[in-house]
Design a binder for this molecule. Structure first.
Ligand code: SAH
Length: 246
């Protein structure tokens, strides 16, 4: 009987890891994760046993973690941000039915939408949606439909996976869908490498976002009709007080 803790380690900085995750990392036998996150943790937990696998080997990484936990080891499986937000908590829970002796526990982490929003100001103070532009697991027409629905609902949006090496055009395609409903000067922002080396934040309009220099380590924010750029921050103002002033 072993324990498998699935932990979100936040965006990258040690101080953004929760106390509960630090406690779990301190007492575990081994830490498993994608190479980039393992490299972030090693300096802080040098005595641990580490198992890292490359990006596209999610299923085998999960299998290794479950096998090791089933053999009685205390394993922490790490994901960036929150493990339940485009992370592997779901796949691990699904696969764990094959390992009845393993107790899976998910520990939350600070997801990129929240750490990025804090850097930009306060874009997500009212209702918002989180949409991933990755079509690895979700077909593009489904993503496009979701963007249309989100725009109809006048929600602020946090976009994850805005592009990858394979898909450079998805962000511009998403902007075109939103531009059918949102105006070209809609306030937007994006944050690269949150909590990591090279962190940078930018503000722009929705039209400018189409051609912005954005990579896969970026989270993008698109305001709703109450979002403003003020004093170099992205802020969604408290709606009802401003009703009638637009
Ligand atoms: N589980 C993660 C999300 C993984 S999906 C979380 O909760 O944050 C990967 C996407 O998350 C990236 O393409 C990017 O859009 C966003 N992301 C994750 N970490 C980031 C960081 N440190 N800086 C900027 N964006 C990040």
């Amino acid at each position: 009987m072993g324990t498998l803790i699935v932990a979100g380690i936040g965006p990258g900085a040690y101080e953004h890891i929760t106390q509960a995750v630090i406690a779990a990392l301190n007492v575990c036998d081994e830490i498993i994760g994608y190479t980039v996150y393992i490299d972030l943790l090693k300096p802080y937990f040098p005595a641990k046993e580490y198992i890292s696998t490359a990006m596209r080997q999610e299923e085998s990484r999960c299998r290794i973690a479950l096998e090791h936990a089933a053999s009685g080891r205390n394993v922490v499986f790490v994901c960036s941000g929150d493990a339940g937000v485009y992370g592997l908590a779901g796949l691990l829970e699904e696969m764990s039915v094959e390992y009845p002796s393993v107790q899976v526990q998910v520990l939350p982490g600070i997801t990129a939408a929240l750490s990025g929003a804090a850097i930009l100001g306060a874009p997500l103070v009212n209702d918002f949606a989180v949409v991933s532009l990755s079509d690895a697991l979700t077909p593009w027409p489904v993503i496009a439909k979701r963007l249309e629905c989100v725009a109809m609902a006048d929600l602020c949006i946090a976009l994850y996976n805005p592009c990858s090496h394979r898909r450079k055009e998805h962000l511009a395609m998403a902007c075109d869908i939103l531009l059918k409903v949102y105006p070209a000067d809609r306030a937007c922002g994006y944050v690269k490498n949150i909590g990591r080396k090279g962190e940078s934040a930018s503000l722009c309009t929705l039209e400018e976002l189409k051609a912005a220099d954005i990579d896969m380590f970026t989270t993008v924010f698109i305001g709703n009709s109450y979002t403003r750029i003020m004093a170099e921050k992205l802020v969604t103002v408290r709606g009802y007080a401003y009703e009638g002033q637009k």
